[in-house]
Design a protein around this ligand. Structure first.
Ligand SMILES: NC(=O)c1ccc[n+]([C@@H]2O[C@H](COP(=O)([O-])OP(=O)(O)OC[C@H]3O[C@@H](n4cnc5c(N)ncnc54)[C@H](OP(=O)(O)O)[C@@H]3O)[C@@H](O)[C@H]2O)c1
Length: 297
């Protein structure tokens, strides 16, 4: 399994991670699937308090050497006040059955809480050893710079953003470049465009032109395209071992320059708007509705 430098502070982690949003209802299969990935060298598992899968990840990682894993979770924006961030983290640690998180991320920006207050709590968690790295998710370039600027002691380790063969907005907004220049890892979520790449026959046909050359599947080629990007960690989600096996076997494919160029050209033909854009368009609604403060008991 290819290991990649996560950022300037950390050791290497597996370049390919495991996503756990919307796992199937088959808890045992989900656990089996995560274990399957870890047994094959995946060290990076991504979850979030919002996914309700932290306990599944917790059960899956029991029995593995904790230090060899890189467990990431996220705090939902309704919990961005100082005390709530601390409590949300404690709750995540409990569900995951671990004493610390390797990465704790702000799931979405939330303008109704001062970022300084939220970051103060994140820094406190790091200071206390509850988290090893501070990350963000769905933050624009400006939001990312602001989050960094209000931190007193630490630096941002990652930004988790939508990034795939058909959604390359981060390359145009400056997020990708800024992350690269500042050693902030890019965690590529929805690397299979949330399954949408399988639903467009023309796109699938185009990806398969390359896949057939390498005797690989479309999923593997889409993941491999991301693995070829510098500083990028794709986290596909698979709810069964067959998909997981296929995705893991994306690792190690060496796409030649010409094929990479062909794949890079697909976005202009099949552009898929990132879900974050839709949220941003509804920002007022989001901030006054979805992200209303919630207390944790
Ligand atoms: N930070 C955020 O706001 C945010 C937002 C979205 C996602 N994420 C993270 O990113 C992870 C991945 O993104 P995602 O879940 O949106 O979508 P994704 O990984 O792009 O796609 C998942 C879909 O592709 C299917 N699939 C997976 N492997 C396949 C294969 N080899 N062949 C055919 N189909 C395959 C899955 O089916 P099965 O389930 O049946 O295997 C599922 O329907 C999430 O789980 C989550 O951890 C983060």
């Amino acid at each position: 399994m290819e290991m990649k430098e996560f950022n300037k502070i950390n050791n290497k982690i597996s370049a390919l991670g495991v996503g756990t949003w919307e796992l199937s209802n088959d808890r045992e299969e989900n656990i089996k699937c995560i274990k399957y990935a870890v047994d094959r060298g995946i060290t990076f598992i991504d979850t979030a308090e919002m996914y309700n899968t932290e306990d599944v990840v917790g059960d899956a990682i029991k029995g593995y050497e904790r230090a060899k894993l890189f467990i990431a979770s996220k705090v939902w924006p309704t919990h961005f006040r100082y005390d709530d961030v601390i409590k949300a983290c404690e709750a995540s640690l409990k569900k995951l059955g671990t004493g610390y998180l390797d990465l704790y991320q702000l799931h979405w920006p939330n303008k109704s809480v001062q970022i300084k207050e939220t970051m103060r709590a994140m820094e406190k968690l790091k200071e206390n050893g509850k988290i090893k790295n501070i990350g963000i998710s769905n933050f624009s370039l400006g939001e990312m710079k602001e989050a960094q600027s209000v931190m007193a002691k630490y630096e941002l380790a990652s930004n988790q953003v939508e990034y795939s063969i058909v959604t390359r907005d981060i390359e145009k907004t400056g997020v990708f470049e800024y992350c690269l220049e500042n050693h902030i890892a890019v965690i590529a979520y929805s690397p299979l465009s949330h399954g949408k790449i399988f639903k467009n026959p023309e796109l699938l046909n185009d990806i398969n032109k390359i896949a057939n050359k390498y005797s690989k599947s479309a999923a593997q080629i889409a993941i491999s395209w991301l693995l070829h990007r510098e500083n990028t960690f794709p986290i596909p989600k698979a709810s069964n071992t067959e998909h997981m096996k296929e995705n893991i076997e994306a690792e190690g494919i060496k796409l030649n320059k010409e094929d990479l160029t062909f794949l890079s050209g697909l976005e202009s033909k099949y552009y898929t708007e990132p879900i974050a854009n839709q949220h941003k368009k509804n920002e007022d609604k989001v901030n006054s509705y979805n992200f209303k403060e919630e207390k944790i008991n």
